[in-house]
Ligand binder design. Structure first.
Ligand SMILES: *[C@@H]1O[C@H](CO)[C@@H](O)[C@H](O)[C@H]1NC(C)=O
Ligand SMILES: *[C@@H]1O[C@H](CO)[C@@H](O)[C@H](O)[C@H]1NC(C)=O
Length: 146
């Protein structure tokens, strides 16, 4: 028979793993073929923008960009280069057909398309990872403020 002294740490570990593995996979744009230049640019400019504003990004979540690497790419850039659609010196360049990017920090992540002229037409996404003081769900149970 296993001794409780061993079981308790194991249970604790399983519990911790369980509570910390709530990371989501988030398909950028919310549907297939979103990381592209929209055929109708007048409405598309806001599509990714709207989507990002209505999406909650949490630390550990995985962003999924799907695109044709022959035609496009994903660049992670600084805020300045995001605003200016400057593709010249990205912090990171991703070219996988299915690009997975872990949002591993509490900060804004700026992504723009590497295809010429696409960012200017709105193919860019700001994933703002906001972390509260309580980053485990447990802590928030007992501490109802008010
Ligand atoms: C683009 O979207 C706008 C607004 O939704 C619409 O009025 C326009 O007809 C669309 N243009 C094309 C070419 O689909
Ligand atoms: C683009 O960004 C690079 C590196 O950050 C910078 O050296 C360059 O001057 C920028 N170009 C423009 C047009 O702002």
């Amino acid at each position: 028979m296993a001794c409780p002294k061993i079981i308790i740490p194991i249970l604790t570990m399983v519990f911790l793993l369980f509570t910390f593995s709530k990371a989501k996979e988030i398909l950028v744009g919310g549907k297939e073929n979103s990381w592209t230049l929209p055929s109708n640019s007048s409405e598309s400019i806001t599509h990714l923008d709207e989507w990002a504003k209505n999406t909650i990004f949490e630390r550990g979540d995985i962003l999924i960009f799907k695109f044709d690497p022959k035609k496009d790419s994903v660049l992670r850039v600084t805020e300045k280069n995001f605003n200016g659609c400057n593709t010249s010196k990205p912090l990171e360049r991703y070219r996988n057909k299915k690009t997975l990017i872990e949002l591993d920090q509490c900060k804004p992540f700026y992504f723009i398309s590497g295809a010429k002229g696409h960012c200017q037409k709105g193919q860019k996404v700001l994933a703002n990872v906001v972390c509260g003081d309580t980053n485990s769900g447990i802590a928030s149970f007992g501490t109802s403020t008010k």
